[in-house]
Write a protein that binds this ligand. Structure first.
Ligand SMILES: Nc1ncnc2c1ncn2[C@@H]1O[C@H](COP(=O)(O)OP(=O)(O)O)[C@@H](O)[C@H]1O
Ligand SMILES: [Mg+2]
Length: 226
């Protein structure tokens, strides 16, 4: 039954922002469906609207036209708390800038999403150790982000994104701040963890080689799908 549901469904999505008495149209008339288990790359020049689209898909931002449905649920009829709840139940997010909390160590950063969901602390700790081991950081559990390399920080962010076994994993230029070797390792892990969790992957990237690893590519040009 759930296989009939589109994991992500986007209809006539648009985003216009208003600044200094002026309006700027960032996205226009975007429609597509993504099915469970697909991997999709969103590509396009800098400024073409990729990050804005990803934020709308994840319910981190709200559209000015159209609608996004996640797991059959329209985001338009949810308030901010409702969207946050849907996000924490079904999605993980990996950012270019890692977005780890500086005052929490690696283990605590990874535990945080499960703690927010109110899951049992002891089993959350075991799960966090499991995912940090998966990304090759079992020897860095007590390290704070500033004492980790960029590649290591992004691997902590991957463990944090996957601890809740998300139905959908969003990643915005996950290798954009990394050197080539750490970037390749992060991508390898991203696809590996994605397979293990059977997650649907939606990835923003500049990297043609990375985009080619996805089952579909959406190209944005000046806010439109081409
Ligand atoms: N809140 C905002 N206010 C004004 N302009 C914005 C805002 N968010 C994005 N933009 C503009 O919209 C365009 C698309 O941005 P973005 O989605 O970040 O592009 P990309 O991720 O493809 O580089 C850019 O020109 C950016 O400057
Ligand atoms: Mg961007």
């Amino acid at each position: 039954m759930s296989s009939l549901l589109k994991t992500i469904s986007v209809a006539k999505l648009g985003k216009t922002v208003f600044a200094n008495d002026d309006s700027l149209s960032i996205l226009h008339d975007i429609s597509f469906d993504i099915e469970s288990g697909e991997s999709v790359a969103i590509i396009g020049a800098s400024g073409s609207g990729k990050s804005t689209l990803l934020s709308l898909l994840a319910g981190l931002d709200t559209p000015t036209e159209g609608e996004v449905c996640l797991m059959g649920q329209s985001l338009n009829i949810l308030d901010e708390d409702g969207r946050a709840k849907l996000r924490s139940l079904h999605t993980g997010f990996v950012f270019q800038s890692f977005q780890l909390l500086p005052h929490l160590n690696a283990l605590e950063n990874v535990m945080l999403p499960a703690e927010i969901l109110g899951l049992d602390l002891a089993s959350t700790r075991i799960q966090a150790q499991y995912w940090l081991d998966k990304v090759g950081l079992s020897h860095r559990l007590q390290h704070f982000p500033k004492t980790l390399s960029g590649g290591e920080q992004q691997r902590v962010a991957l463990a944090r994104a996957f601890i809740s076994k998300p139905a959908i994993l969003f990643a915005d230029e996950p290798t954009g701040s990394l050197d080539e070797a750490s970037g390749s390792r992060v991508i390898e892990l991203l696809f590996e963890l994605n397979r293990e969790c059977n997650s649907t992957l939606v990835l923003v990237t500049h990297d043609p080689a990375l985009a080619a690893q996805c089952s579909r590519q959406f190209q944005l040009q000046a806010g439109r799908l081409v």
